[in-house]
Design a binder for this molecule. Structure first.
Ligand code: GDP
Ligand code: MG
Length: 729
């Protein structure tokens, strides 16, 4: 039976779960004080084994036992001065090597030590295992697996510490690590001197004092001189001599050699003790063979191009169908309301504001789901890491990362993507600076909603050359994105690039469950966050294009003209004859003219007219201005608004040839203006859905930056192009 209360110390690196284990062991029986001489908190609690009360002390978290920090000093003094009956070293078993560094130092002191292999849940989750029995045999310290958070193993570790304390009865058994041919002889000599003069005798092993001299520990050196001036000086001169020798021969210092050998010892243990799953070796070999092709100098980029193309095709070709279903459902809903409600502002609000807005948001969901599903698959297999590896050298020139290619492609890097999932895809980038630069430039890419604008302009001013125009547009978008990225990375988003780590994880088969969970989480997040804000923006845009309404005196002529036509139709009917088809067309024409007048009269229209002064140098008239204003909400709006502004009524963005003809005929629009407009649409503010998504990813500050910066850039580019094109003719 032990004579007095047994003290058990709990040591460990910060965040290894020490406090969690302490709480599990002591429950409510604890009190808090201070370590002597330092301001570090000391926690003491009690636990019982076989009716014997143990005092458990939570040591400050430290990585080593040198006396540089207050925490290290407190922990070391406790071990040396209080001489606990046993110490439990809590190790984060998931990074065993790093955690063993402290354990080995405690072993070198010789304190009775048990190892708590904590966080074993994490270890198992990674498919690793630790041979605890072998660890015990190699270190001579009992090891127990624990999961402190669940209280697993707490009883076992306490009993192990208790048993060891009883067995050792205060005896310390220091571990002797070899420190190599230079230091070992010196240590032997020092050990003899320390023993002979009784330096710190009875407190610490003599060899440990020698190690501390070699590590240059000032506290120990002082104690050496206090114990025996001459012996202390002798130890110091031995240290100085070997230090000098090491500097000359190896270009290093004794403490560095000590650290090296300790790590060598630890690595030796960890290599034997930590088990990776048996299939791993086979998997790594497989993976290497695959990489010989997939990251091959020539084959690699080819495969990558194919993968990118497939990702793009699958997302947008497959996504097109459900996207059309969603949009179809919403337009059906809109038609239903239109038919069942009487004409008025409420109906207009519901149909053009609410339903169009929500439909616009939900229309993207299928794209986002498919894109994230495929992207998660690429990421989980490990292929994204290979892509990044192959592309990094190119993208690095522009301050981006190899992984930036994905957001660019998804946003429309091959014309016809969407910046919303593109911006969300920037999450694959781990460095915040590179993510930000990618996120800010990806929206330059030619998204599916911008394509009809370019096609319509190409049909008008470059008939038969649509493909050439589209290729030029796509190329310009890339050039713009990369140059702006370079600009941002050397100004507002300045900072080091992440060093590229060549280490490629072995390929892995993704699980369907994992992919579905990823996909759902991200899509749901988008719907929830984007939905509300976009609804508000959509209503705002609707209001800007609807109010103020056409005043009575301006609306009246249209009403009178309609009545006149209707009278003609009625007259024809009265004579039992077919009404001439021209009359129906006339009705439509009047309606379109009325819409144009109403639009011009609205806030948006007034703004468009007011902006003519500013946009004249770029060649844009008020009609173009309104369309571009609408484009702030969604790029789909551009063509349809232009249609309304040119009195064409509702036009289909995909079938915009009447609009092309109107533009060619319009005196106030020109080929030069068309070129400027193309540049402007490539560059200016991302649509509202993208802005909201950006704000979610990077904060409103950057979302608003993108809106203003891109628009300013677009304006400058448009003016330069318009003026230059006019000069050349
Ligand atoms: P200390 O700095 O060593 O005192 O560490 P704490 O006790 O504060 O624990 C750090 C974190 O690790 C906390 O979030 C704990 O919940 C967590 N943790 C502790 N033990 C375990 C464990 O066995 N498994 C897992 N997964 N987490 C743990
Ligand atoms: Mg703690």
């Amino acid at each position: 039976m032990p004579p007095e209360i047994l003290t058990i110390g709990l040591a460990g690196n910060p965040n290894c779960g020490k406090t969690t284990l302490f709480n599990a062991l002591t429950g409510a029986h604890q009190h808090v004080g201070n370590w002597p001489g330092v301001t570090v908190e000391k926690k003491v609690g009690h636990a019982k084994v076989a009716d014997i009360t143990l005092e458990v002390v939570d040591l400050p978290g430290t990585y080593s036992l040198t006396a540089y920090s207050e925490e290290e000093k407190a922990a070391r003094n406790f071990l040396i001065e209080d001489r606990p009956a046993a110490v439990i070293d809590v190790l984060n078993a998931d990074s065993l090597e790093r955690n063993l560094y402290l354990a080995v130092q405690i072993m070198e002191l010789g304190v009775p030590l048990v190892l708590a292999l904590n966080m074993m849940d994490e270890v198992r989750k990674r498919g690793k295992d630790i041979d605890t029995a072998l660890l015990t045999r190699l270190t001579g310290c009992p090891a127990v697996e624990t999961v402190a958070r669940q209280g697993k193993g707490k009883r076992e570790i306490l009993v192990a510490a208790f048993d060891l304390a009883l067995e050792r009865e205060g005896e310390w058994k220091p571990l002797r690590i070899t420190y190599g041919p230079d230091l070992d002889p010196v240590l032997d000599e020092m050990e003899a001197i320390v023993s002979r003069h009784g330096i710190m005798a009875g407190k610490v092993p003599p060899r440990w004092v020698g190690i501390k001299y070699l590590e240059g520990d000032p506290g120990i050196v002082r104690r050496g001189r206090e114990a025996d001036e001459a012996a202390g000086m002798r130890l110091e001169s031995l240290t100085a001599k070997v230090a000098d020798h090491l500097l000359k021969t190896l270009g290093t210092s004794p403490d560095a050699i000590i650290a090296d050998y300790r790590y060598g010892y630890i690595t030796g243990i960890a290599r034997q003790v930590v088990r990776y799953p048996a299939i791993d070796q086979e998997r790594i070999r497989m993976s290497d063979r695959m990489d010989q092709v997939l990251t091959h100098q020539f084959a690699g980029p080819l495969v990558m191009a194919l993968v990118i193309y497939l990702l793009y095709i699958l997302t947008f070709a497959v996504g097109k169908l459900p996207m059309e279903w969603v949009q179809g459902a919403f337009s059906w809903l809109g038609n239903l309301l239109e038919a069942s409600m009487s004409e008025g502002q409420l109906r207009s609000l519901l149909v053009s504001g609410v339903i169009a807005g929500v439909g616009g948001v939900l229309g993207f969901v299928p794209l986002i789901m498919i894109m994230f599903f495929l992207l998660s698959a690429l990421e989980d297999t490990g292929y994204v890491a290979r892509m990044a590896y192959m592309l990094d050298r190119v993208f690095r020139i522009f301050g981006l990362h190899g992984t930036s290619v994905l957001p660019f492609i998804v946003s429309g890097g091959i014309a016809g993507g969407c910046a919303v999932p593109g911006v969300m895809a920037t999450r694959a980038l781990r460095s915040p600076k590179e993510k930000l630069a990618t996120l800010l430039t990806a929206p330059f890419m030619t998204c599916g909603a911008k394509v009809p604008v370019f096609l319509m302009l190409a049909a008008a001013f470059f008939p038969g050359k649509e493909a050439v125009v589209m290729s030029a547009v796509t190329l310009s978008a890339w050039v713009a994105a990369l140059c702006v990225a370079k600009l941002l990375r050397s100004t507002v988003v300045r900072g080091e690039s992440t060093p590229f780590v060549m280490e490629l994880p072995p390929y892995r088969m993704p699980t369907l469950r994992g992919l579905c969970i990823h996909t759902w989480e991200r899509s749901w997040e988008y719907m929830r966050k984007a939905g509300t804000i976009i609804l508000a923006i959509s209503i705002l845009i609707w209001a800007a294009m609807t109010f103020p309404q056409l005043p009575q005196e301006k609306a009246l002529p249209f009403v009178e003209r309609v009545q006149a036509v209707e009278r003609q139709i009625a007259a024809a009917k009265a004579q039992n004859a077919e009404a001439p088809s021209g009359l129906e067309a006339a009705l439509k024409g009047i309606d379109a003219e009325r819409s144009e007048a109403a639009l011009r009269n609205s806030f948006a229209g007034q703004a468009g007219v007011a902006l003519e002064g500013l946009t004249a140098p770029a060649g844009f008239n008020w009609r173009v201005n309104i369309a571009l204003l609408g484009g702030f909400a969604a790029k789909e709006v551009i063509v349809s608004t232009l249609g309304t502004a040119y009195s064409l009524g509702e036009i289909d963005a995909e079938e915009a040839s009447p609009l092309s003809e109107m533009l060619v005929k319009d005196e106030s629009f020109s080929k030069a203006a068309a070129l400027a407009l193309i540049a402007f649409v490539i560059l200016y503010a991302p649509c509202s859905v993208t802005i909201v998504t950006m704000a979610k990813e990077a904060g409103w500050k950057w979302a608003l930056f993108s809106m203003t910066f891109n628009t300013a850039l677009a304006y400058v580019a448009a003016v330069v192009i318009f003026q230059a094109a006019r000069l050349i003719g």
